[in-house]
Ligand binder design. Structure first.
Ligand SMILES: Cc1cc2nc3c(=O)[nH]c(=O)nc-3n(C[C@H](O)[C@H](O)[C@H](O)COP(=O)(O)O)c2cc1C
Length: 212
């Protein structure tokens, strides 16, 4: 398969120092809100990379559920591969790719677990089948086949019929990513893309431009 002839030029917008917002969270919200206006499926999807005990990187998509003043929240199973990797090594990279606007945002940082109150209150707002799915799945563990998975799901449904309170599994909860740096990438014509890095300085943030 030869993909050499796939070429794109990027013309949607520019990211110039004169228009940068001082705080990268504001810059993120500005771009994210613009992207959300397109009403695309999974606009809040981000790839998160973690590192295992053998220093091997792993990457997968999760959904951004909240942007707080201190960071970015996603939910998962603490006992999953990613959960275990993060509890062992809290370094994380999160990546958003907003194709239609020719934008990429890269965040590096560290994670901490959300407290149980936050986890329980968010779990209770999830749709019934998502609650059952989360409760019935030991995420990242092997299971013999699809039939066994569905049987587990149905057993949970019988135990906790719709309308009853589905208890949050002990191991299910959120991580808060506290960013240490942000990169905002805006595709430009002729491969002269804009790349702006934010890193902490004093109480605020400083920016620099990287070559594309
Ligand atoms: C669009 C999309 C959204 C997803 N959202 C989540 C999520 O919010 N939390 C989660 O744990 N897994 C989510 N997943 C599944 C993960 O990508 C992954 O398969 C799962 O978390 C197991 O990863 P692990 O074995 O590395 O822990 C999502 C997958 C896709 C494609």
């Amino acid at each position: 398969m030869d993909l050499h002839n796939i070429r794109e030029d990027y013309k949607f917008d520019s990211l110039l120092e004169a228009n940068l917002l001082e705080n990268p969270f504001d810059q993120f919200k500005d771009w994210f809100e613009t992207y959300q206006l397109l009403r695309l499926k999974d606009a809040n999807a981000m790839a998160i990379a973690t590192v295992d005990a053998n220093n091997l990187p792993h990457n997968r998509i999760v959904l951004l559920k909240e942007v707080r003043e201190q960071g970015f929240v996603f939910f998962t199973n603490y006992a999953s591969d990613k959960g275990q990797q993060l509890l062992h090594n809290p370094n994380i990279s999160a990546l958003f790719f907003w194709r239609e606007q020719e934008r990429q945002v890269r965040i590096t940082g560290t994670v901490s677990k959300l407290d149980n109150k936050d986890n329980t209150s968010y779990f209770s707002t999830r749709p019934y089948l998502s609650q059952i799915g989360a409760a019935a799945s030991q995420q990242s563990q092997e299971i013999e086949d699809r039939i066994a998975l569905e049987a587990k799901f149905e057993a949970f449904q019988q135990q906790h019929p719709e309308g009853s309170d589905v208890p949050k599994p002990e191991s299910w909860g959120g991580f808060l990513i506290t960013p240490q740096s942000f990169e905002f990438w805006q595709g430009r014509s002729g491969r002269l893309h804009d790349r702006i890095i934010y890193s902490p300085e004093g109480q605020g943030w400083k920016t620099k431009r990287l070559q594309p």
